[in-house]
Design a protein around this ligand. Structure first.
Ligand code: AMP
Length: 126
């Protein structure tokens, strides 16, 4: 079910549990600002999620409230993960779902990195 991205941060969300190492994830990268791990239900040959370490519900929350260091650190981490996973030369897609219409399911900001095949048009036509 999509979530309301205007709600307060909920520490019981699944990505908060991954950050606290309470549940496992296939981690591929970690630094002071970000953690990256493989999506449990991949939609492309490479499907990695990158999340900030801070308590941000969505891109909106992050853009409004994160510090300059957190924003720079997160953006650089996304770039590093794409580069380290060989996605830059063939190309890839970055996606962040926000709120109900964006079909965001997990209420902790995450960026999807898709790659490993031609990804087709940007949105389905449904
Ligand atoms: P979104 O719709 O943008 O909120 O996407 C949430 C994503 O999180 C989906 O692609 C799920 O497959 C993925 N996901 C949910 N639980 C886990 C988990 N425990 N480990 C890795 N990925 C997960």
């Amino acid at each position: 079910m999509p979530i309301d991205a205007t709600l307060a941060y909920d520490d019981s969300n699944i990505f908060a549990k991954i950050l606290r190492d309470e549940i496992p994830a296939q981690r591929v990268y970690e630094d002071d600002f970000a953690l990256a791990f493989h999506d449990i239900n991949p939609q492309a040959p490479t499907h990695i999620l990158v999340i900030p370490k801070g308590r941000y519900v969505s891109w909106d929350d992050f853009a409004a409230s994160a510090s300059a260091d957190e924003i720079a650190g997160f953006v650089r981490a996304v770039g590093t993960v794409a580069r380290d996973n060989g996605l830059v030369a063939p190309g890839y897609r970055l996606l962040a779902n926000i709120g109900t219409d964006g079909h965001q399911e997990v209420p902790h900001l995450h960026v999807h990195l898709f790659g490993g095949r031609p990804l087709g048009p940007m949105l389905s036509r449904v």
